[in-house]
Design a binder for this molecule. Structure first.
Ligand SMILES: NC(=O)C1=CN([C@@H]2O[C@H](COP(=O)(O)OP(=O)(O)OC[C@H]3O[C@@H](n4cnc5c(N)ncnc54)[C@H](O)[C@@H]3O)[C@@H](O)[C@H]2O)[C@@H](O)CC1
Ligand SMILES: [K+]
Length: 513
């Protein structure tokens, strides 16, 4: 598990390190420059011509210092300084003075084509407004060049907070980022602009991060070790009972995928509750699953309610929604789950659309929609909307959500005990003040049934004793990792949801490796 920061957290860490600990800003800058140089040296030739493009802030200062170090080692380097010198930060002024004392060559912009390596040190985490004019022209020229580009801290033009373009951004081959991953390097489109990302330690002390209360993290391969322990002295009762309330007349695929994924991730028992019509197909495709019809024709309504309640009591975790439809019947089932379930519930797909419909009906808008969910759903609930479903749920346009993923996640969960899994190319899991950004997965997973698999995985992890937030983060990571394995084996075009389930075999075996 690693933390990621936005611009304001990074500033807090910087300031604490400099002001409270007493490490001078110039020392940090020199270390940043050395780390940058060491990555660059590993990836260029002695004969390359290097242009360092520097802005007025400390990002520019890092660039000038890196240029100076390379120059000292005999590389062919020039500095292109863009901006007004009077507006430079104190450290940038110092770096410029040192470079001039050493008579480093300074270049002007129309010579960009004469260099084949560009160090992009125009803007870092201090970028606060859209880029225009001269700066935008230079960035356009960098992107049009054939040069190999190294971005210092973050590609200039990418928002460190959201990953969005501040009108235009440098397309880098490598990004050397300091101290911590930045949100903007993990989120789209920033991740595509960054190229290969190297997180370099430049000596921020641990205590600086602690006082900044870092609250956003991501997982890496070793986090697969978080999978719940399996004990040798155990039986199927030890690993929980997942009830999947899914599917409708003639729609059985979602229920099957969810239930099978839950089994494949270690759940002890999985029961599919679906339409009687799906009995034969579910029992044929997944004989391991228990079966219960929610629409048995022989029952009266009281008998039916009693049976449904006993199924809820049987479960240690409930999934409701995949392929359930939006009929009166689905509404009835959802209502029972919302009011009667005493165990964790994962609300997915049609269940989320139905919830949105209820709020439309009650004419709720804005924050009151989020508050309604907080009040109406029991604390032990996970909601797994993709952005379109989330848009319907909280009545915010999809474009606004995707421009402000992290802020939306904060808004949904800071005052609530619910866990939100906001599914996108970079899924965000949010619970109270903590957020997880998922970095596994690929576009081959944008295929029918992929979400049903995720729901099953999360349910299995909850069934085996993980907290809802932990299970959601790890579930999303495993799901994406399985997608990466499937893409490798089958290709992005060919792969489909069933391949994700098959790939779980390899992913889960990575635990302990
Ligand atoms: N403060 C520190 O101790 C350290 C900072 N470091 C570097 O410093 C960077 C942050 O430095 P700064 O906070 O000085 O900020 P930046 O260097 O990222 O850029 C801010 C400068 O650009 C200007 N600016 C912002 N948006 C603009 C726009 N759209 N058009 C034109 N000008 C614009 C600002 O007015 C300011 O002068 C980090 O990304 C990192 O590279 C590193 O040296 C490590 C230590
Ligand atoms: K930069």
């Amino acid at each position: 598990m690693k933390y990621a920061v936005d611009a304001s957290k990074m500033k807090q860490i910087d300031e604490f390190t400099i002001e409270k600990i007493g490490i001078p800003a110039m020392v940090l800058m020199e270390r940043a420059a050395y780390e940058t140089v060491s990555v660059i040296k590993r990836n260029i030739k002695r004969t390359d011509r290097i242009l360092v493009v520097c802005g007025t802030g400390n990002n520019g200062g890092d660039g000038v210092a890196a240029g100076r170090i390379l120059y000292g080692e005999g590389y062919d380097v020039a500095i292109l300084f863009i901006g007004e010198e009077t507006k430079c930060s104190p450290q940038m002024k110092e770096q410029l003075a040192i470079a001039r004392n050493l008579e480093l060559p300074f270049e002007n912009c129309n010579k960009l084509h004469a260099y084949n390596i560009i160090i992009d040190a125009i803007f870092g985490v201090g970028l606060t407004r859209p880029i225009s004019g001269y700066y935008a022209d230079i960035i356009e020229q960098i992107n049009a060049s054939q040069s190999k580009v190294f971005s210092v801290d973050i590609p200039s033009g990418i928002s460190a907070d959201s990953g969005k373009l501040m009108s235009i951004a440098v397309k880098a081959d490598y990004t050397i980022t300091f101290g911590y991953q930045k949100h903007g390097l993990l989120l789209y489109p920033g991740v595509e602009y960054a190229g290969k990302i190297i997180v370099a330690d430049i000596g921020f002390p641990k205590i600086a991060a602690e006082q900044a209360n870092l609250d956003t993290f991501y997982y890496e391969k070793e986090d697969l070790n978080r999978l719940p322990l399996r004990k040798s002295y155990s039986n199927k009762g030890s690993y929980g009972r997942v009830l999947v309330i899914a599917g409708s007349k003639g729609v059985s695929g979602a229920a099957y995928l969810s239930a099978k994924s839950a089994y494949r991730c270690g759940a002890g028992l999985v029961k599919v509750m679906t339409s009687e019509e799906n009995r034969a197909i579910i029992q044929t495709l997944l004989p391991e699953a228990l079966f219960s019809a929610y629409d048995e024709v022989t029952e009266d309504s009281e008998g039916r309610l009693r049976r449904l309640l006993s199924e809820l009591d049987w479960a240690s975790v409930i999934v409701v929604g995949p392929g359930l439809g939006q009929t009166k019947e689905a509404e009835y089932l959802l209502d029972i789950v919302m009011n009667k379930a005493k165990v964790p519930v994962i609300y997915d797909a049609d269940a989320i659309t139905l919830l949105a419909g209820w709020m439309d009906y009650q004419k709720l808008a804005g924050q009151s929609r989020i508050d309604y969910l907080t009040e109406r759903l029991q604390e032990q609930s996970v909601l797994t909307p993709h952005l379109k479903e989330l848009s319907r749920l909280i009545r915010v346009p999809v474009s606004d959500i995707s421009d402000n993923l992290i802020d939306t996640a904060i808004q949904c969960s800071y005052n609530s005990k619910l866990t939100y899994v906001m599914k996108d190319a970079r899924t965000i899991v949010s619970h109270q003040h903590q957020r997880y950004i998922n970095v596994s997965g690929n576009h081959g997973m944008a295929t029918g049934g992929s979400g049903d698999v995720l729901t099953g995985i999360i349910a299995a992890l909850i069934a085996q004793g993980m907290t809802l937030f932990e299970a959601s983060c790890l579930g999303v990571y495993i799901h994406g990792y399985a997608g990466d394995v499937a893409a490798q084996e089958k290709g992005h075009y060919f792969m489909m949801a069933e391949d994700l389930i098959n790939a779980l075999e390899k992913v889960l075996q990575l635990k302990g490796q």
